[in-house]
Design a binder for this molecule. Structure first.
Ligand code: STR
Length: 547
């Protein structure tokens, strides 16, 4: 800034003097310049003030997102009555309310985000501000009042648990030999079951077989154990897990109106029964691990959690105890229960969707098989190092994750302070639902979004992979991004490549094609159906030693 100089204060003051007091000598050129500057400055300040006042005084206050009609007590429930599942309904409501809008679920204000820019602002740019989770009756039953990672609120304890799990999963990280061996052993056992049923000319519901294969992988990581076919504990797990999926975190009426708990409620009763069975199983694993725990070997995730608990207990002071940093037995059980539940249900669901689509699109199946024949051959089984040379298979996995995201509404987030999404004001405590379904089916981002087309994830020469739109977040993003992304990708690749190298999957003659609709819950599950797994021609003659 130029220094005012000795004559400067006089003209400045002159500007404020009544005209008749202006010295008779008349204003100099500098005086005039200063006067003009001041006028411009004042005009700009006035305009800014007016704009601000207009904003403040507008009847709605700061701009809130467009909202659905709401009545006292029931909120927007009447506008949400629909034959469609919530993710489809929320996508449809964009036509009337825009891509980001709000509604009332009972007494809770909920913002629905249907576009990727706002989704990324919530998950990434303002990830910590939106890292909260709502409490609900069903998730409180499942997680002992939020003492887990997926449904637990954002806190120091939450961060600590996530860090331990992250560390433990990294032990078995991408490209790691031990995990590859575990997955291949399960793929091998899955393929033998397919061979047996194929030889007997039978059709098979693949669901329990895929679940057992995936369960055994996560079981090895969490508990260093696995299940044989027909193991009663595994059958019990299949049953309770389905019961939990059918009843938890679906924004069911009891979650919207918690006072409904006082009435008999079949869903809540089923959830409590299933959680009791799960807890008995988790407690058994925990007690076994505690009994033969050693500081010198870390066999699995439960050992990693026990080690953290022991070290907190050894450093126990009046203020810092294992309990106070969130390493109580409840926290440990809930965290390992989460990873186990998530590890099973997510990957199994994607595998089931992949097979459903491969049956609907036999030409995609054929192209993957051709790729496998040329790049891997039949003398050996596929391995993780083949991932780079099988782009069409990888593209197919990406397309399955796009067209049928495992969790179409992710898990709701909560604003931990007053904030904003785009130009919309968001008050502390508002729930935010990211509609991944809308992001993955956005017509402005994807050509023919309802068409299953793995080719969209390939470059123009079909030699390499691309992500053609930013509107793609199958594993979520930001502080709460899926912890098992790398593991899931390894499993999907190995299980699918092993199966398709050997078998062609189809529907038994006379059966209709499986539904592509899915059953909505915290996870979008495909319907049950039977599959014919036919050994590919020449497979027996050429089959590899390892099989
Ligand atoms: C499946 C059933 C079960 O036994 C335990 C859990 C707890 C963790 C849940 C899991 C569920 C379903 C999939 C979830 C996962 C946490 C993260 C994952 C919701 C209910 C997803 O976000 C898809």
């Amino acid at each position: 800034m130029a220094s005012p100089g000795p004559s400067c204060t006089a003209p400045l003051c002159n500007a404020w003097l009544p005209l008749n007091q202006i010295p008779p000598s008349g204003p100099s050129a500098t005086d005039m310049a200063w006067f003009l500057c001041l006028c411009v400055f004042l005009a700009v300040a006035l305009v800014l003030l007016a704009v601000q006042l207009k904003l403040r005084m507008s009847p709605q206050g700061p701009r809130e997102p467009p909202h659905l009609p709401a009545l006292p007590l029931i909120g927007s429930l009447l506008s949400l009555l629909s034959p469609h599942p919530p993710h489809v309904l929320f996508k449809g409501l964009q036509g009337k309310y825009g891509q980001t809008y709000s509604l009332m679920m009972g007494s809770h204000s909920v913002i629905i985000v249907n576009q990727h820019r706002h989704a990324k602002e919530v998950l990434m740019k303002k990830g910590k501000t939106f890292a909260g989770r709502p409490r609900s009756v069903t998730t409180d039953v499942l997680t002992r009042d939020g003492k887990d990672i997926a449904f637990g609120d954002y806190s120091a304890t939450w961060r600590f648990h996530r860090k331990i799990v992250h560390g433990a999963l990294c032990m078995f990280g991408d490209g790691s030999a031990p995990i590859e061996k575990i997955i291949c052993a399960e793929a091998q056992s899955l393929c033998s079951i397919l061979s047996e049923t194929a030889a007997a000319g039978l059709a098979l519901d693949l669901s329990p077989e895929l679940t057992r294969a995936v369960t055994n992988v996560i079981c090895s990581l969490c508990f260093n154990s696995s299940y044989c076919r027909g193991d009663p504990e595994f059958e019990a797990m299949l049953h309770y897990s389905q019961g939990i999926l059918d009843t938890v975190a679906k924004d069911s009426l009891v979650d919207i109106f918690p006072w409904l708990q006082i009435f008999p409620n079949a869903d809540l009763r089923l959830l409590k029964q299933c959680v009791t069975i799960r807890d008995t199983l988790l407690q058994k694993k925990y007690d076994e691990h505690k009994a033969d725990y050693s500081d010198h070997v870390q066999r699995d995730l439960l050992d990693a959690l026990l080690r953290a608990k022991r070290s907190a207990e050894n450093n126990n002071t009046a203020e810092v105890s294992a309990e106070s940093v969130g390493l109580s037995e409840d926290h440990l059980l809930m965290t390992v229960g989460d990873i186990f539940g998530a590890g099973v249900e997510t990957t199994t669901t994607v595998l089931k969707w992949a097979i459903t689509y491969l049956i609907h699109y036999p030409q995609v199946q054929r192209r993957i098989q051709e790729e496998l024949d040329t790049k891997v051959g039949r003398g050996r089984s596929p391995q993780l190092s083949d991932r780079g040379s099988l782009p069409y298979l990888e593209a197919t996995i990406r397309e399955v994750l796009r067209i049928r995201p495992v969790a179409p509404l992710l898990i709701p987030h909560v604003a931990l302070s007053d904030t904003s999404i785009g130009d919309f004001a968001v008050r502390k405590g508002t729930r935010v639902i990211i509609n991944l379904w809308s992001l993955h089916h956005d017509e402005k981002e994807w050509k023919n979004p309802d068409l299953f087309d793995p080719g969209r994830f390939l470059n123009s020469e079909a030699t390499g992979l691309i992500i053609p739109s930013s509107s793609y977040l199958p594993f979520g993003a930001g502080v709460r991004v899926c912890l098992g992304e790398a593991l899931a990708k390894m499993e999907l690749f190995l299980f699918l490549s092993w199966i398709l190298q050997r078998y062609t999957l189809s529907i038994p003659p006379g059966h209709s094609l499986p539904s592509l609709e899915g059953k909505f819950g915290v996870v979008l599950q495909p319907a049950k159906y039977k599959v014919n797994a036919k050994l590919r021609p020449d497979w027996e003659r050429n089959k590899c030693q390892a099989c």
